[in-house]
Write a protein that binds this ligand. Structure first.
Ligand code: FAD
Length: 397
């Protein structure tokens, strides 16, 4: 059996940047597994734009060389904000080739405890033991289907993350459920792909980002004001953004306050550039779904105002609910040893779980380190914290 110091599972923004940072530790034997940028390529809609600002779309790099600017210069692939999804994927793959050319694309089927630390099994049966294991597997396992929509065939009801190509819905009637970016942008893309789409939103309002106040604070009052109120990580509203950018400070606040700030920072919202694209799409606000039924090849829903809708397909832009025990590759005994709160692992410095040597990066880290962990801009904090933890403690557990 092969051995190494650290294995990293996942080649999205968090896994790629963590591996690049850990490579700076001399003598550390590291293995990185996963398909680069695969969630972005297969589980986000083609034609999507990133919601995050330019500064918040940079993948962390200890030398600050693998930036969006340098990618554009080297590849002649020019774009600006909002960053198109396909360009971001190309940037991520460029980063991977430059920083992590030794990436191993095999799937990890199992991580379990081992007397030496952890044992990782790959899709072809090969096993590797390591002193530490870093999970950067993203949110793909946590797509949330409200119970009333469960149990229907995926040809009739599906989560937005199950699609990247919307052209198959041309000429179809589709209902999109949700009032956040995923539901709204999916609705715009469905409409542009020739589907007849309606959106059902439980809330009475849609929070459109980049409104008058935000635009004034960002652009009209000068660079100094912007820099004072908004951190480059761009998570959270004016002022709160600076706190969200500092997870070590945020962690010291009382839990109730942390929760309130977190909720305020990541409430469901849509980018303002979607407004003109949705002008011909009916959006029903303040409406809940009370019943759902399949009628032959179509779906029928009843809303709380008594009205009914039928459609060829229901699209659920209903978000994600973290529950690390749903990572299929985690051996049940190992998963049950991880201390959690509401499905989130309780992490300590270096994003380490209660199982020494087992780290979890990305969105599952949000309960411990705040909503920054749910975004690309959190890769800098996470990679540095992980590297610090591993170098301070030697390579061993
Ligand atoms: C529709 C949508 C739009 C978004 N837009 C933005 C945005 O504009 N800006 C932003 O900052 N964030 C955005 N996000 C959030 C975004 O998902 C995260 O910022 C980012 O993907 C987190 O990176 P990650 O590395 O944690 O996860 P991922 O990018 O999901 O990467 C996970 C990696 O793990 C690998 N993996 C999983 N299981 C295994 C296994 N068993 N074996 C081997 N490899 C495995 C996958 O192949 C993948 O490479 C968006 C999310 C959604 C759903």
């Amino acid at each position: 059996m092969t051995t190494c110091d650290v294995i990293i599972l996942g080649a999205g923004p968090y896994g790629l940047t963590a591996a690049h940072h850990l490579r700076q530790i001399q003598g550390l034997e590291l293995r990185l597994f996963g398909e680069p940028m695969s969630f972005w390529e297969h589980n986000m809609p083609r034609g999507m734009f990133l919601r995050s600002a330019w500064t918040a779309t940079q993948l962390a790099d200890p030398q600050r060389a693998l930036t969006l600017e340098n990618y554009q210069m080297e590849c002649g692939n020019h774009f600006h904000t909002p960053v198109p999804l396909d360009r971001f994927i190309q940037y991520g793959k460029w980063y991977q080739r430059k920083a992590n050319p030794y990436l191993d694309r095999r799937e990890v089927t199992r991580i379990e405890s081992d007397p030496k630390g952890f044992r990782t099994t790959l899709s072809d049966g090969e096993q590797i033991t390591s002193k530490r294991a870093v999970i950067a597997a993203g949110i793909g396992s946590f797509a949330w289907l409200p119970p009333e929509f469960a149990g229907f065939p995926s040809s009739l009801v599906s989560h937005t993350s199950k699609h990247s190509d919307f052209s198959m819905f041309r000429g179809k009637q589709v209902l999109a459920i949700g009032g956040g970016q995923s539901a709204l942008e999916s609705a715009a893309l469905l409409h542009e792909n020739g589907a007849a789409v309606e959106v059902i939103v439980r809330s009475r309002i849609i929070n459109w980002l980049q409104g008058w106040a935000s635009t004034t604070l960002h652009y009209r009052l000068g660079k100094m004001t912007k820099q004072l109120l908004y951190a480059p990580t761009d998570v959270g509203p004016a002022g709160i953004s600076q706190l969200m950018a500092r997870p070590d400070l945020l962690r010291r606040l009382p839990r109730g306050l942390q929760n309130r700030l977190r909720k305020r920072s990541i409430r469901p919202a849509g980018s303002r550039w979607l407004v003109p694209r949705l002008k011909d799409v009916p959006i029903h606000l303040g409406r809940s779904v009370v019943s759902v039924a399949a009628i032959g090849e179509r779906m029928k829903i009843r809303l709380d105002d008594g009205s009914e809708r039928t459609a060829d397909h229901i699209f659920l832009g209903t978000g994600y609910r973290i529950d690390v025990s749903r990572y299929k590759f985690l051996a049940p005994e190992l998963a049950s040893s991880i201390r959690t709160f509401n499905g989130y692992p309780i992490l300590t410095a270096g994003l380490e779980t209660s199982v020494p040597g087992l780290h979890i990066l990305g969105a599952p880290g949000a309960w411990s380190f705040g909503p920054l962990m749910q975004f690309v801009s959190g890769t800098l904090y996470a990679s540095k914290a992980l590297t610090r933890r591993i170098s301070e403690n030697g390579h061993v557990r």
